[in-house]
Design a protein around this ligand. Structure first.
Ligand code: SAM
Length: 338
């Protein structure tokens, strides 16, 4: 089939797997990609089918779906990983501050492992003890996760990711005294996903065919709140990134607001990060009006809180629909909202 289905993204996002290869080596070795002339914008890419270097995510490029990436050596060797751009936000948000490096990270809801392997790529390569603890409760998805992690790390770095078959909410925070950063990307309605993104990466969807109605959204939100509350209770955690591939505020801003209003979470000192550490140049932020309940009529406060979140609109923003919010602990080196 020559063209691209109407419901498909016009771009396939590829991340250089810097665990295995440096960007420089990648460009030297894999001319199949780099011989394509980069274009300046996504729009041009749609028309010409060339490579687009992303301005938000380091080492990510967009390529026209007609390019057969999955049969390239780079892909088969795990040196490039297909991952939607917005799905790259969490690991970048967690790790974008050179003054706040995480050596031990938890990925609470890990399979198939896109954010796990991406997070692992930020652990300093000269740290032999750095690790991402990846939890997955579903046996079938655990196998896919293990395979993806093995492929992404190779034998020499196999200790970089520790995969565990467990319900994250049953883990004991005090068993992880050195974990400082967490990525929490729980099951969601998947309402931001369309087209081939689901098969491509088994990305963000838990396979549920249930209808998306308010009752289901509220159930999901309650589960998402519980899992986040657990993540925020880890003793040395100072940055936790929450994300979904849902477009519904129920699973996004409303979960964030409920967390910010929780007495225990407040007492632990958690707040939302300021925009400057949450992909600042990305225009689309959280929905301000959803924060009115905690802004006490202060509009600037609502803007500030919404700035601690990013959103991506499906297709329009070049990929799946997505939401991410960054929690930081007060007194942390990372900048926070008051
Ligand atoms: N972060 C993944 C990625 O980027 O590749 C996608 C995660 S997907 C949205 C959610 C995953 O969380 C599913 O595989 C689901 O089985 C798992 N999950 C849901 N609840 C969990 C829990 N309580 N503990 C561990 N894993 C859980």
């Amino acid at each position: 089939k020559g063209g691209v289905d109407e419901d498909e993204t016009p771009v396939r996002w590829c991340r250089i797997n810097t665990i295995k290869i440096s960007p420089h080596e990648f460009h030297e070795k894999h001319s199949v990609f780099t011989n394509l002339q980069p274009v300046g914008s996504l729009e041009e890419l749609t028309q010409t089918g060339l490579v687009y270097n992303d301005q938000y995510i380091p080492n990510l490029f967009g390529i026209h779906p007609r390019e057969k990436i999955t049969s390239t050596k780079a892909y088969l060797d795990g040196e490039v990983i297909i991952q939607d751009r917005a799905s790259c936000f969490p690991a970048v948000i967690l790790n974008n501050d050179p003054k706040d490096i995480h050596h031990e990270i938890i990925d609470a809801c890990a399979a198939p492992g896109n954010k796990t392997t991406h997070s692992a790529s930020f652990i300093p390569s000269d740290d032999p003890n750095g690790v991402v603890y990846a939890f997955e409760r579903d046996q079938r998805r655990l196998k896919i996760l293990s395979m993806m992690c093995e492929k992404a790390t190779g034998k020499s770095k196999q200790n970089l990711i520790q995969v565990t078959h467990a319900d994250f909410t049953t883990t004991k925070p005090t068993d992880f005294p050195d974990v400082t950063g967490l990525v929490v990307d729980p099951s969601c309605s998947g309402s931001g996903i369309f087209g081939r993104a689901i098969e491509d990466s088994q990305e963000e969807h838990d396979g549920s065919e249930e209808r998306i109605d308010n009752e289901r959204l509220n159930k999901l939100a309650s589960f998402q709140f519980t899992i986040m509350k657990h993540a925020l209770s880890f003793p040395k955690a100072r940055k936790v990134v929450y994300s979904t591939c849902s477009i519904h505020p129920h699973e996004n801003e409303r979960v964030v607001v409920d967390l910010l209003m929780d007495a225990q979470i407040k007492a632990q000192g958690w707040t939302l990060a300021s925009r400057e550490i949450v992909i600042p140049s990305w225009e689309r932020r959280g929905w301000e009006e959803e924060f009115t309940a905690i802004c006490e009529g202060d509009k600037n406060k609502c803007t500030e809180l919404a700035g601690g979140c990013v959103r991506a609109v499906p297709k329009e923003d070049g990929g799946i629909g997505f939401f991410a919010a960054c929690f930081v602990k007060k007194g942390n080196k990372s900048k926070e909202t008051d």
